[in-house]
Structure formats: C-alpha cells, structure tokens
Design a protein around this ligand. Sequence first.
Ligand code: PRX
Length: 670
Amino acid sequence: MSVTWALPFKEKIIPEVGKERAVDPEEYRRIHAESLKDIESFWANVAKELEWFKPWDKVLVADPQPPFYKWFVGGRLNASYLTLDRNVKGGRKNKVAIIWEGEPVDQSGNPLEVRKLTYYDLWREVNRLAYVLKNKFGLKKGDTIGIYMPMIPELPIAMLAAARLGVIFTVVFSGFTAQALADRLNDAEAKLLITADGGYRRGRVIRLKDVVDKALEQSPTVKNVIVYRRVGLNDVNMVRGRDYWWHEVMADVPPNVYVEPEPVESEHPLYILYTSGTTGKPKGIVHDTGGYMVLLHATMKWVFDAREDDIHFCTADIGWVTGHSYIVFGPLLEGMTTIMFEGALDYPNPDRWWAIAERYGATILYTTPTGIRTLMRFGDEWVKKHDLSTIRLMHSVGEPINPEAWRWLWKLVGRERVPFGSTWWMTETGGILISHVPGLALVPLKPGTNGPPLPGVDADVVDDNGNPVPPGTRGYLVIKKPWPGMLLTIWKDPDRYVKTYWSKFPGMFYAGDYAVKDEDGYFWILGRADEVIKVAGHRLGTYELESALIQHPAVAEAAVVGVPDPVKGEVPVAYVVLRQGYQPSEELKRELNNTVRELVGPIATLANVFFVTKLPKTRSGKIMRRLVKAVVTGQPLGDVTTLEDEASVEEVKRAYEEFKAEIEKLKGQQ
Ligand code: PRX
C-alpha cells in the first residue's frame, strides 16, 4: 500500500555562510550520479588521502560472498597511528587535540576542571597505556576488551591504546546497568575491562565500579580490570589479582615510551558496538579499520567542512556511535580540536552547552533534536547570554528533526546564516551517509530534511517489492551498493547479519527506516519501520523492554510500543497481562518500571503501564504491536485479517480511553 506524504516544509534556504559553494539540487544530482558510476575508483581516491603502511591490492571484495564485503583488501594501516602519530609528525604536536570539561562547577557556575591535551600529550598517554596493555596484561592483536567509563579523556585514550595494538574494544555506555554490561562483555568475550571508580551526572556521583563488580559476577572471561580514579572514592572494592588502579599500573611506565602501532589489515575489526534490534540480545556491530577511516575522512571533509582552526563540539556521549565517529576518530583523524563534556546539558543551568561553546570558541556544533527540544523549553534567554558567533556550521543526528526545533537552533545559535542539516546514519553504517555536504557543495536547506545521499552512497526509497517509489511516496530506506565504513558483520552471528539487513530486499542493505524522497532528491527519514523505538535519540528494541517486564513475577505477557513525545521524540508505554493472583495497582506499575530501569537502564523508563487481560495476537500467537501502537497513537488499525480475537483490541482501546479520561479529570480538578 503506498502512502503519499505531505512534506511539512517546502521553504528553501541558502545560508550566508558557505554560499560560495552553493549549487542547485540538479547540479548536485549530477555530481552524485557521476560518483556512482564507479564506486571503487571513487572511494579509492578518497582512501589515497590517508596514510597506509601498505597500499591495498583490491578496493572491494565480497568474501566469502555478498553481503560480506571487505574494503581496501591487502592494505595495512593503524587507526591510532592515523589519529595521533601522523598529526604529531605533521606539525600538530603542540596543537590541542582534546578540550575536556568536567561537570562539577564552582559557585558562580564556572567549571572546576578543564583539561587540554595536545596531540603530543594524547600520543604519550596512549603509548603508555598501550605499553601496559601489552606488557603487563599480555594483550595482543585480535583480543577483545571492554571499556565502561564516564566521559573523561581516559576513555578515548583507552580506545586509541587498544587500536594501537589491534586489540578490538567495545565501549559500553556508562549509563547501562550491570546486566547490560555483563551481556556485552560476555558476547564480546572481553579479556579485560577498563573502567573508573565513578563519574558525575547532574551533580551526583555515579558509582561505576560497583556496577562493574556486579556485572563481573556473571562475566567469567574478564580476567583483569583497570580502574581510573576519576572521583576519588575511598571505598572502592578492589579485588586482589584482578583489579588494578590505572595510576598504579601507569606509574612504572617510562613517560616517553613508544609502542609500535600494529599494522593491521584494512578489514581488521577496530571495535564492536552493541545496538538494539527487534529480537533477541543486542547485536554486536563490527566495524573494520580501513573502510571506517575512509568514511570518517570523507564525512569530516564533506559534511563538517573540516578546517585547521576548527573547534569541533559534538554533544554526544562516546558510549554511542556518534561519539566514536565524531568526537574521537573523525576529528582526530583530521587533526582538529575536539571538545568533550562530561556532564548533563542542563547542569548547573540550561546554558551549559552554550557556555562551553563560547568558552572554547566552538566552530562546529553537532547535536541532537532531543537536546534542542529540551533546551528550547527553558527559553531563549539562556542562549542569548552567550556569544556564539564562532559557530559556522551545525548538524543534528539520531532522530528526525521537527521544523520548530530546526528553526529555533537556526535562529538563535545559527543566527540565520550558517548551514544546518540533519545527518542520517546508524551504528551499522559507521558514519554519515545522507546529509547536506556544505564542505563540498551547498544545496538549499529545508528544515526537517536530511538532504541528499553523500557522493558514493547509493541510497533509495523502495516499496514492499523493492522497487523505487516516486517522489513524495513513503517507502523503506535502502542502500543499494556497499560503502566504506559499513559493518562487517554481527559479532559471532553472521547469519543474523544477513537476515537482519540483507534479506528483506535481496542485494540491498535494509536500514529499517521509513523515508520519503522529494522532488529535489532530498531524503526525509520519517522514523523506524520496525519494532525499534528511539527514546531521546537512543535506540531501544521494544522486545528488550518486554523481556525485562516478563522477568517480574506478576507479568504473564507484555507489549511495548513507542508513542510520540514532545521532547524525547518517542517514549515507551507497556501493555501488561498479569498472572493469576496479581491485581493492577499504582504500586505494581512503579515496581514494573523499576524492573525495566534496573535491567535495561534509566533511558528505558516506561511513560505508562496499562493493565489488560489479553493482547492482540495473530492466530499463530504473535503479539501484534502494530495494533497496540495504532490505538495509542490514534491511527487507523489497518489490516486486521490475521487478528485472532478482536476483543483484545477493544481492551487495549478501553485501557487507553480510561487513562485519557483520568487525565482529563485531573486537569479539571486543577
Ligand atoms: O531511525 C534512524 C535514526 O536513528 C537510527 C539509528 O540509530 P543509532 O544506530 O542509535 O544511530 C544514531 C546515530 C547515528 C536510524 O535507523 N536516525 C539517525 N539519524 C537520523 C535518524 N532519523 C532521522 N533523521 C536523522 N538525522
């Protein structure tokens, strides 16, 4: 069934900044079509701009067969060398690589801790840690380690030290629970874990090492732990023979020690990053080294227009892919100065990001729609207090951006003159694939759009049969040719890799998103087409939340769906069938929510729990979340021919109506 889509906004804007590169969409389409004629030589030309220890023999190989693609086969390189040594040798030795600001502030709101690490400082620390990993802990190329740290410079230091040795790392977001950490460490078979005693979040200390201790009860592969003293807690449990303080193991290392960067094969995994899917446990997305570096180099140039004097401010957390690619590897690869902020965007006040941007003269801002919508609510004054005139380029990421949020940032921070796009990509793609490319050519901006696909990226929107849909028609986003930076596979689960991404439309990468192309060839990514929801830009599988709910003894069955939220984009609500002997109550709702928060993490907090006696199911017993979602979002039910029992939908409706009536009553009482 084709759905035509009324695009929310038709206005076209050529921003003042960068207008010398303005091209019309027609011209851009020509550039793009040209790049697709021979993607191998196109990407090889980009790859030549990096430094390879050994050049590749073949640009692209399907091995053993599609969709297992390998880029720049035969080539050897090292990500730590490219981001550090190359800059240290290339005239940036004393240039600041990382500006880090800790969360705590003094009484006037000024940061208590700022660290600026030059490329040489960073190089030195990375070498020292690599020395420890290699000589004290015996780690070698191909081993895996976990990293569970707050946003402090030691986090990228750990990533780069691992990369130096060819050790595959997996960063676990420090907001994740012990269970989530243990699952990831086990799947990755991590031999060692690098963590900290704690971190700061909205003025509170988060005791990370306690979480680690709990996780390690279930993670037998982890033999050693390195603990960085971030907070200075004096009651940290250190297990003899297993746990080591960072400062103690580093104390004996000579300050200028040099560890030879391992010349890894282009397809050697740089990292694994776990992300949610529609079924089962989180998927370990595996990224290579060569293709990933090439895509980051291209996107830093085209999308961010990287320049020598840039101060790059990406507001993400390194625990997610955005931080991997656009706080750590991308900016450092280009020899830029990258800002890292430890804490919450509204601590101590909702101008923290603006204060940081002003303090360090940020030139590029890479942020999220949820961040923007959160700050919008506090009013314009918090932005106006700051001089943000250094900012010359902005992009957002992670979820569709609504035109209101776009306009707000464009006006207040972008002064109605700087390019501002919404870059589409995913953990799986490694880097940005659909975006405005002001560093290359500037097509007119349209609030809410993602812009055209990057050169070398063959994106399209197709119908249920895999045929391209006409402009203005909703379909599924696909990528029709491999691209450098693409995931290699799912860690230890190649079948799932094929099934998840390459089976819906054979020969095409299925992203799982709904999209529309407009008459200019711009893409508008509308949201997920599967049972994944995006809460404040974070990706959650409804299945994960349901699995957590049914661990509670009261729950027989559960269906979780995402519903629109004005700030977070989407929030999860649960429909729950109770086991016999349990009664619905507010207390039970709270308990169920706590279960989800404990097992999945605070980002998974349920916005509501509804109790019903049955859920809509197919005749084969599969829960029809689609129908539940249609009820709560007030959409037509669509095809219900496979529904087993229509009364179940009525129940879902009734629970929802009662809830709405309750809210109205409360409003009336106010
Ligand atoms: O639904 C799309 C949405 O985020 C998903 C990928 O999530 P994740 O792997 O966590 O990566 C997020 C950061 C790269 C996509 O399938 N998404 C990402 N960027 C956009 C977006 N939706 C609309 N517009 C975007 N700019």
